[in-house]
Design a protein around this ligand. Sequence first.
Ligand SMILES: O=CC(=O)O
Length: 313
Amino acid sequence: MGSIGVLLVAQVMPYLEQELDKRYKLFRAWDYPNAVQLPSQHATSIRAVVGNASAGADAALIEALPKLEIVSSFSVGVDKVDLEKCREKGIRVTYTPDVLTDDVADLAIGLMLALLRRICECDRYVRSGNWKHGDYKLTTKFSGKTVGIIGLGRIGQAIAKRAEAFNCPICYYSRTEKRDSKYKYYPSVVELASNCDILVVACPLTEETHHIINREVMNALGPKGYLINIGRGKHVDEAELVPALVEGRLGGAGLDVFENEPVVPQELFELENVVLLPHVGSGTLETRTAMADLVLGNLEAHFLGKPLLTPLV
Ligand SMILES: O=CC(=O)O
C-alpha cells in the first residue's frame, strides 16, 4: 500500500500521523501553500483524504483530487466534508462514531457541574489566595435540574443516561419524536429551552442546525438557565450569546466549541458564569487512539476491497 497517496489535511495525534506515514505515501496539506493546488503528479496519486473536526474535504478539494476514493474523518462530526459531492462522485466517507460517545458525554456532565458549582472559579479562588479573606460564595445545585437535550442520538442518549443518575428529569428536541424514548419531547427548541434548566447541544451541525441557539432560544432559557455546547461552535449565534451572558439574560454557558476556533470572544474571558474549553470532547488518549485505529482500519478495509468499519457514505 506504500504507493497509495493519502492527503492529511489536519494536525492529528502523532500515533495516527506516524501510522499513516508508515503505511502510505503521506502528503501533509500544510507542506503546500494550498492543498487545492497540489502539483499535478501528487494530486493524481492521492486516493484518500484524512481530516478531522476542523478540516475535511470541501467541494474544491474533492474536485482537485481526480483519483480520490475515500475521505476518512478522525471525528464523528463530518460538517467539514461535502457529503453531497462525495455521494455524487462515488467517494466513500468514514467517521469515528461510538468510540468517543462516553468521553463527550462525560465532558458534557463535567461542564454542567463546573458551571453550576463554579468549579473552575473556585480553583482560581484558592490559587489566588482569596480563600484567606473569606469563604467562596454559594453556588447552584446540579442534582435534580431539568436537562433539555437537542439531538437524542448516541451522544445525546449517553448524556441523558448520566444526567438521570443525578436525578435530573430529561427532555429533548429532535426533528422527529423518538417513539421508543421515555423522555419528554418538545417539538421546538424554544419550547425545550422554556422548560429546562440546562440546555445541551448534542446534534450534528447541518444547514438546519446552524445557529439553532439564537436570541429567542437564549431568552427562553433565561437568567436562571444554562447552555452547554459540546456540538459545534456554529450551533450557537455567538454574536447573540456574548451580550446575553454579559447582560444576564442567560444564566451561564459551558462551551467546548466556538464559532471561529481557536478564536474565542474576548468578552467571555471576563465572565465568571462561563466555562471555556478548547474543543476537547473526545480528547483522551484512550479515545483518540481508538479513533485513530478506526481511521486506519477504514482505509485498510477500503484498499483491500473489504467492507468499511464505519461508513457514512
Ligand atoms: O468534534 C469532534 C468530533 O466531531 O469528533
